[in-house]
Design a protein around this ligand. Structure first.
Ligand SMILES: C[S@@+](CC[C@H](N)C(=O)[O-])C[C@H]1O[C@@H](n2cnc3c(N)ncnc32)[C@H](O)[C@@H]1O
Length: 387
């Protein structure tokens, strides 16, 4: 059933906690927020040629890509980086539940996208209590039109979310729908005294897949991590992404070594990925399985600046694994050192980590704010000293 009621049914069957949001899901028609051409995974869907499929997607629990490559015309062989979407409804609800919105809260959203989340918020607390900031001017205008078509008028403004929106402050709740490496202090400053909450997808390039849930008190935000959301990264600045080959170069000149640490022990353990990722905010990882039944896998680590890359090959019977590294940094060595630090700490799970944000910046800690994880967050870089 391609309708709001159908989506509600899908969410209920999945066991998604709806909390006080069921009425918003049922009343705000998602189809009003989607452009006529959308993408879901590798599928392109045109409303003109496949109206039933388009509507089905609108009322499915899937993330719908609404813009790639910032809206630039993209050739058939070019990399398609999703740059805006209507997020997966169950993930939106997970975030809203973490945000713990009260009926009289003023709310700041960063990353309007289609405007659907701002519209859900406006439906719940009233349009006059919701401000949403979008960096892309075309999307900003469209999001405001979409919301109006649904009978809602949150203030949707163009700007860099990093600044928040001081003119609408103070807010009780701040929610970002793009992933940030660091929580901007402006968000903390714009939260009303005596207390409020910030929820944002958080993490650097290696592992941007955690929600930071922070309570704000006395000019300080503090909290922990949960969930495994996959959100788009902050556009300003946004690290380069592309095909693997766009990041690989000088393969013949790479340093070849071996390691006793299977790359699987990093790639398949979310806690290892989280803590290792603290040391690699500016390099991403890509596990590539051989897909031939051999059980072999290569873990690629690729610097955002494209200067350095590394690979580590897992083989099921191996005790030593082949490593290749190229560029000014030794990225595998950095990852292995971070993994070793995590092991020395007793392999803590992510839920023992926390984050504090003050006017001096952010600090990740283990168990208590006094125990800063500076050995991971400020690692000495393994600089290449060879000729
Ligand atoms: C996942 S989409 C948002 C989904 C949206 N909340 C909805 O309900 O459709 C992420 C959005 O964040 C925007 N964005 C990225 N970086 C931003 C920034 N620095 N400031 C404001 N918006 C940003 C992107 O342009 C994109 O539209």
């Amino acid at each position: 059933m391609s309708s709001p009621a159908g989506l509600l049914e899908i969410l209920r069957e999945k066991g998604t906690p709806l909390g006080p949001w069921g009425d918003a899901v049922a009343s705000v028609r998602r189809e009003l927020f989607l452009p006529d051409e959308v993408e879901v995974g590798d599928e392109f869907i045109s409303r003109a040629t496949s109206p039933a499929r388009w509507l089905e997607v609108a009322y499915s629990d899937v993330s719908v890509t609404t813009q790639v490559n910032d809206g630039r015309p993209t050739g058939p062989d070019e990399y398609r980086l999703p740059t805006s979407s209507s997020s997966q409804p169950s993930v939106m609800l997970e975030m809203l539940s973490l945000l713990d919105v009260q009926a009289t809260d003023r709310i700041l959203e960063l990353g309007s996208g289609t405007g659907l989340n701002a519209a859900w918020l406006a439906h719940r607390v009233g349009s006059h209590r919701v401000v949403s900031v979008e960096i892309d001017p075309v999307l900003t205008e469209q999001a405001a039109k979409n919301a109006l078509a649904a009978g809602l008028s949150p203030l949707i403004v163009q700007g860099d979310g990093e600044q928040g929106w001081p003119a609408g402050a103070p807010y009780q709740r701040v929610i970002a729908t793009y992933a940030v490496t660091a929580i901007p202090y402006a968000w903390v400053e714009q939260v009303a005294a005596p207390q409020g909450r910030i929820v944002a997808p958080w993490g650097g390039s290696f592992f941007p897949y955690s929600f930071a849930v922070l309570d704000v008190r006395d000019g300080r935000a503090e909290g922990r991590f949960t969930g495994y959301p996959a959100f788009m990264r902050d556009r300003n600045p946004r690290p380069a992404r592309g095909f693997l080959d766009d990041f690989l170069h000088h393969r013949e000149a790479a340093d070849a070594t071996t390691t006793g640490l299977s790359p699987l022990r990093i790639a398949q353990d979310p806690d290892a990925l989280f803590y290792t990722g603290l040391a690699l905010p500016d390099a991403w990882h890509l596990p590539v399985s051989a897909d031939d039944g051999s059980g072999e896998m290569t873990l690629w680590i690729l610097a955002d600046d494209k200067a350095s890359w590394a690979s580590a090959d897992h083989t099921p019977d191996g005790r030593e694994y082949a490593v290749a590294q190229y560029g000014p940094r030794r990225l595998w060595d950095e990852a292995e050192a971070a993994h070793r630090t995590w092991e020395a700490l007793g392999r803590p799970s992510r839920d023992r980590a926390g984050l504090s944000v003050t006017a001096h910046g952010q600090q990740v800690w283990l168990d208590t704010p006094e125990h800063a994880l500076s050995s991971l967050t400020d690692p000495p870089r393994g600089r290449w000293t060879g000729g």
